[in-house]
Design a protein around this ligand. Structure first.
Ligand code: A2P
Length: 315
C-alpha cells in the first residue's frame, strides 16, 4: 500500500473504505471484511447515520485481523449543525462513542455550510440555515484545534472547500488543514484545486470516485454520465485485464490523492483494494485527462442560500 504522510508523522493509506450510503444492516460486515482483506483506512461521517454499526464493524474487524486500533486510520466529519464552538466537542464525542474509539486520525468540517444547532440531518427551508458570518469557519476551526490539543483527534481538515475558502481559512490560522476531501474522478479533475493544495501541503481525498451510482433518485440528474461504462475507461481496463472500477481508483492514486470507494459487497471491497496493483501508463493517464468535463455527481449547490449567503464553490 502507498501512504500520504502527515506532519505529525502519521500515514494515511491511499485507499480507504467509504461508508456513505452503506446501510446499517450491511456496514458492519463490510467493515469486518474490509479490515480482514487489508484495508487500514475507513472514512465515516456523523451524517451517514451508521457510525454505530461502523464502530461494531471496526471492533469485529480488528479482532478478526488481530491488529491493534493504532494500525487503522479512521476519519469522521463534523456535520453542518455543529459549527458553533460549543457544539464541536459534543459532536466529536458522539462520533467517538458511536465508533467505539477514543481518538480519530482525522476529523473534517464536512461542508462550508452552517445549519442551526437544532436541525437534524437536512434543512427544510432557509430559516434552518445560519450565514457564514454568523458562525465563521475560523470559530469552528479553533474548536477543532482545541479538540486536537485534547488528544481526541490527531489531524484536522476540511471537506468540500474551494480554493477561496481554503485561502480565507489559512489566512487566519497557523494550523493549516491537513486534508481537503472533495469529489474527484476523471469527469471532475479539479486540477487548480489539486495544485493549490499540493503547494500548501494539503492532501486531497477523492470521494465519489466511482460516480456514486447508489445515490437516491432525488440526488441524481436524469442525464448523468456513467464513469464505470465510459468507453475509454473500459478500453484501459481491458488492456490491463482489470475492472473499470480499478482503473478509476488507480487514477486517483496516480494523481497523489487518497481515494475512498464505497462498497458493502465483499467481492468488490476486495477488488477495489487490489486496484493499487494496476499499472496505469502515462498514455493511460493522458487519455483519462481528456474526459474532464467538470461534472459533479454530488452538487453541493443544494445547500446554497441567497438570503443567508452560501456560495459553495465560489463560482
Ligand atoms: P456496492 O456497495 O454494491 O458494491 P462511490 O464510491 O463513488 O460512492 O460508488 C459507490 C457505488 O459503486 C455503489 O453503488 C457500489 O455498490 C458501487 N461499487 C463499488 N465498488 C464497485 C466495483 N468494484 N465495481 C462496480 N461497482 C462498484
Amino acid at each position: 500500500m502507498k501512504y500520504l504522510k502527515f506532519k505529525d508523522g502519521s500515514k494515511m493509506p491511499v485507499i480507504g473504505l467509504g461508508t456513505w450510503k452503506s446501510s446499517p444492516g450491511k456496514v458492519k460486515d463490510a467493515l469486518q471484511n474490509a479490515i480482514q482483506f487489508g484495508y487500514r483506512h475507513i472514512d465515516c461521517a456523523a451524517v451517514y447515520q451508521n457510525e454505530k454499526e461502523v464502530g461494531e464493524g471496526i471492533k469485529a474487524g480488528l479482532a478478526s485481523a488481530g491488529i491493534p486500533r493504532e494500525e487503522l486510520w479512521v476519519t469522521s466529519k463534523l456535520w453542518n449543525n455543529a459549527h458553533k464552538k460549543e457544539d464541536v466537542l459534543p459532536a466529536l464525542k458522539k462520533s467517538l462513542a458511536d465508533l467505539q474509539l477514543n481518538y480519530l486520525d482525522l476529523y473534517l468540517i464536512h461542508w462550508p455550510v452552517v445549519f442551526k444547532s437544532n436541525i437534524e440531518g437536512f434543512p427544510k427551508n432557509e430559516e434552518d440555515f445560519l450565514a457564514l458570518d454568523e458562525v465563521p469557519i475560523i470559530e469552528t476551526w479553533n474548536a477543532m484545534i482545541e479538540a486536537k490539543n485534547q488528544g481526541l483527534i490527531k489531524n484536522i481538515g476540511v471537506s468540500n472547500f474551494s480554493i477561496k475558502k481554503l485561502e480565507d481559512l489559512i489566512d487566519q490560522t497557523e494550523d493549516f488543514p491537513t486534508v481537503n476531501q472533495v469529489e474527484l474522478h476523471p469527469y471532475l479533475h479539479q486540477d487548480e484545486l489539486l495544485q493549490f493544495c499540493q503547494s500548501h501541503k494539503i492532501h486531497l481525498t477523492a470521494y465519489s470516485p466511482l460516480g456514486s451510482g447508489d445515490r437516491t433518485p432525488q440526488m441524481k440528474a436524469d442525464d448523468e454520465p456513467s464513469l464505470l461504462e465510459n468507453e475509454i475507461v473500459l478500453k484501459i481496463a481491458n488492456k490491463h485485464k482489470c475492472s473499470p472500477a480499478q482503473v478509476l481508483l488507480k487514477w486517483s492514486v496516480e494523481r497523489g490523492t487518497s481515494v475512498i470507494p464505497k462498497s458493502t459487497n465483499a467481492q468488490r471491497i476486495k477488488e477495489n483494494l487490489k486496484s493499487i496493483d494496476v499499472n496505469l501508463t502515462g498514455e493511460d493517464m493522458n487519455e483519462l485527462k481528456t474526459l474532464d468535463k467538470h461534472y459533479r455527481y454530488v452538487n453541493g449547490k443544494f445547500f446554497e442560500t441567497t438570503s443567508k449567503y452560501h456560495n459553495i464553490y465560489d463560482d
